[in-house]
Write a protein that binds this ligand. Structure first.
Ligand SMILES: [Zn+2]
Ligand SMILES: [Zn+2]
Length: 496
């Protein structure tokens, strides 16, 4: 044994085997005092540290092993022995406080979960220290120091067993006193905190409702969530928010994100699924100006049996809007309302009355135009009679079509135009006059048909307006009451 000690004292000759041999001898002899004496007096450079700690531990001299580990700066071993053998959670945390932040962070990753389980408060404090969170937003200098230590997201595994603690911690870092982290880092942590908060919010629900005694807590969390969400307006963060809030049924956050991302179709879908007519109306009001089809969708939904009924007030508002912006033809509205079992004529009377007034106006203008056309026809007929009975002189010397001097054979029309025979089109009409005549004729027919059509419809509308009126009216439309070709046939009959 003396020989071994001599060998070891000689510089640079301490091999692991020598250390092991010597210490094993001491431990075998159970000579604690000499062993302690040796470790105290021998400089650490003269024996192999890892072997020394290993031998001492295997001989159950844990106190000595810890001392050696601390003396030689083997922090991992010291922390491991302190936790496993002595359960010194508080002092271990204090010890880590004294280490450089990078080193403390590295050890925390290995032993943080144990510390968190037994001394959560102290450990969180340590993490704040290691990540350089001083409870103040950081300036440039602090940021530089920050880059040396571990970041908060690197230390998240420490919280793996205690999500409650993680929620409290992240809340304190990101929300409570404003964000204490650089933006990029905060944005990486944001989804984690959001999910935790939304989860705990949804855990307060029982059977879809929040019990009265938890209302205050729930609204507090909800306010925090909204505050948090508003801090991260980037598209990626919003997409994340959308997903998390939808998954855990946090409606306000879901609406906020979907609105910012302009996913209003998603919101409509949500309203349909949850039969939420109030929110549906809000969505329509907000996005209707950009996408008018939302109103039409809303009406179809409210009238359909899937809506569950009882939304007459909202339906009235939707109808009012459809009417103001003239989004749907009357017949389509009636068709849509037919699918509803509960809507009666009485419910949509204001809408129908307004439509009625509008149709009356358009019928009146049509009628006025039709009268005008009839007068013109009469005048033309008069002219034809004159042409038939009176002789007409043709003094044109040039063809109206090509402009060259007229020569035989020439064609003269009653309208006063003359052409070369070969300049007249194959249908034999006057090229100058016939081009304007045909459209006019069809226009006249169209106007008359319109006027007659509306008259019939109003007669019906005023006559029978019972509670099942919409159904009947729909049928009436179905059989082609508004078919333009039928109406024009009537007109021809009359003229005959
Ligand atoms: Zn000609
Ligand atoms: Zn002519």
């Amino acid at each position: 044994m003396t020989l071994i000690r001599v060998v070891m004292v000689a510089p640079d000759m301490a091999e692991p085997e020598h250390t092991a041999l010597l210490l094993k001898c001491y431990t075998k002899l159970k000579d604690f005092t000499t062993l302690e004496e040796f470790l105290k007096t021998t400089p650490p450079s003269q024996y192999d540290h890892a072997t020394a700690i290993e031998v001492l531990e295997s001989a159950a001299y844990h106190g000595l092993a810890a001392e050696v580990a601390q003396k030689v700066g083997s922090h991992d071993d010291f922390v491991r022995i302190s936790l496993e053998q002595f359960k010194n959670y508080g002092t271990t945390v204090q010890f880590l406080h004294s280490l450089p932040r990078v080193e403390a962070g590295r050890i925390l990753l290995n032993y943080g979960r144990t510390l968190m389980r037994h001394a959560p408060k102290e450990t969180v404090k340590l993490i704040r220290h290691v990540c350089n969170l001083r409870g103040q937003p950081m300036d440039g200098q602090a940021l530089q120091a920050e880059s040396q230590g571990p970041t908060v997201d690197e230390l998240l595994p420490v919280f793996a067993d205690d999500l409650q603690q993680l929620e409290v911690f992240l809340r304190s870092v990101l929300v409570d006193d404003g964000c204490q982290l650089p933006q990029a880092q905060a944005e990486r942590l944001f989804p984690t905190l959001l999910e935790l908060l939304v989860k705990s919010h949804s855990s307060l629900h029982a059977d879809g409702n929040i019990p009265a005694e938890k209302q205050e807590m729930a609204s507090c969390i909800a306010a925090d969530i909204m505050r948090l969400i508003r801090q991260y307006p980037s598209d990626a963060a919003l997409a994340n928010t959308l997903m998390v809030c939808q998954a855990f049924g946090f409606v306000d956050g879901f609406f906020h994100a979907a609105e910012r991302l302009h996913r209003h179709q998603l919101l409509m879908q949500w309203c349909f699924e949850h039969k939420d007519a109030k929110r549906l109306l809000e969505v329509c009001k907000r996005y209707g100006p950009a996408d008018q089809s939302l109103w039409v969708q809303a009406l179809s939904f409210l009238a359909s049996p899937e809506s569950g009924g009882g939304h007459l007030e909202e339906m009235g508002e939707v109808l009012r809007h459809i009417e103001d912006s003239d989004l749907m033809p009357l017949l389509l509205v009636i068709e849509t309302l037919r699918s509803s079992n509960e809507v009666t004529i009485g419910d949509v009377r204001p809408y129908l009355q307004a439509q009625y007034r509008r149709l009356v106006e358009s019928a009146e203008t049509s009628r006025a135009k039709s009268t005008q056309d009839r007068q013109e026809i009469a005048r033309m007929q008069q002219e034809i009679i004159q042409l038939r009975t009176q002789a007409k002189e043709f003094q044109n010397t040039r063809c109206f079509q090509c402009g060259l001097t007229l020569e035989v054979p020439a064609v003269h029309f009653f309208c006063g135009h003359s052409y070369h025979a070969y300049c007249v089109p194959p249908d034999g009409t006057c090229p100058k006059c016939s081009s304007g005549a045909l459209p006019k004729l069809s226009l006249k027919e169209q106007r008359e048909a319109q006027a007659r059509n509306a008259e019939d419809f109003f007669k019906y509308l005023q006559g029978g307006a019972g509670d099942s009126g919409i159904q009947a009216m729909g049928e009436w439309c179905k059989f082609g009451a508004f078919d333009a070709s039928m109406a024009s046939m009537d007109l021809e009959d009359e003229e005959d």
